[in-house]
Design a protein around this ligand. Sequence first.
Ligand code: KG4
Ligand code: ZN
Length: 342
Amino acid sequence: MNILAIETSCDETSCSIVKDGVHELSTTTATSAEMHELTGGVVPEVAARKQVESIVPVIEDCIKKSNITAPEEIDAIAITCGPGLIGSLIVGIEAAKALSLVWKKPLIAVNHLVGHIYGSFINNPRVEEIKFPAVVLIVSGGHTDLILMKDHMHFEFLGGTLDDAAGEAFDKVARVLGISKYLGGVVLSKLASTCTHNSLVGKLPRPMLDRDNYDFSFSGLKTAIRNYSDSDNAALACEFENAVIDVLVAKTIRAAKEYQVSSIILGGGVSANTQLRARIDVEAAVLGVNNFYPDIKYCGDSAAYIASAAFFNRCYVSGFDVQPQPSLSIMDTYPKVIHSHK
Ligand code: KG4
Ligand code: ZN
């Protein structure tokens, strides 16, 4: 079964064709990130205009690369319906509706956050080992959610951030340190890895680490960083990264123990972080639980995992009344039946 998916929730325009939910045939992604670097953050209007420019060439290129030669070889169209920027979402949704209408294919709306979970299902040689229940940590620029996933589309929200998302905290601290204006997570992590002597070990708080819940709070860290503005940037980056990861790992592992899960799954941009992966590897091995991360190229936004999420939940077919949903939570479990589409 081949699913063509479109993802336009923010500043990426992405199209993928995925076979049986796990084999990527092709993906094409355009980004307007360099334009947002100039402004130090996404300007929604600019992102939406770039979506309009990119959507058709991106879809055309993806189909060309896939070796698909006729619409008959596509079985369904999947589309991110939210959360995200409304102007960006509309562009992808309307393109997906047009393809669905012209090719007479079912349309499957996918919650972007649900999509992030399926990053670990794409081109993963160990995909058969992913068993439920699983504890899922979604750490992206906009979200930090800890979820108990009992099966495909059976989610229980355990906790999430009360303020900044993990990726957002990385980005803001990178800006405070003057090392990046936009999407500073990778740059900050690279700088942290150069720190040979961390003079600040344990100096930053580990927010909510000892609270008996699965919530997070990261906004205080960027304020705390300012108290050490005389310190070496590499030491600050290292201590900040350790503080965030200490909390993410402790709460994920605590949930894995409490719910006696079979798997730990990470998703979202921050799941690309080397330290986070290394720490989860160690803790999961101690617990005897299998852990899974997306390939680096599926940590950030990609239509590939939107296609995968649609495949594993393909009994849920949407109608043409799919609308952009800017603030969906993971518990708003799209795909869901809106009405049957013929
Ligand atoms: O999932 P994503 O591409 O976009 C959203 O849906 O939000 O996540 C982007 C976030 C950014 O905040 C970026 O700085 C962060 O992921 N990020 C990282 C790393 N790579 C990306 N944060 C820490 N370490 C990394 N290696
Ligand atoms: Zn995302």
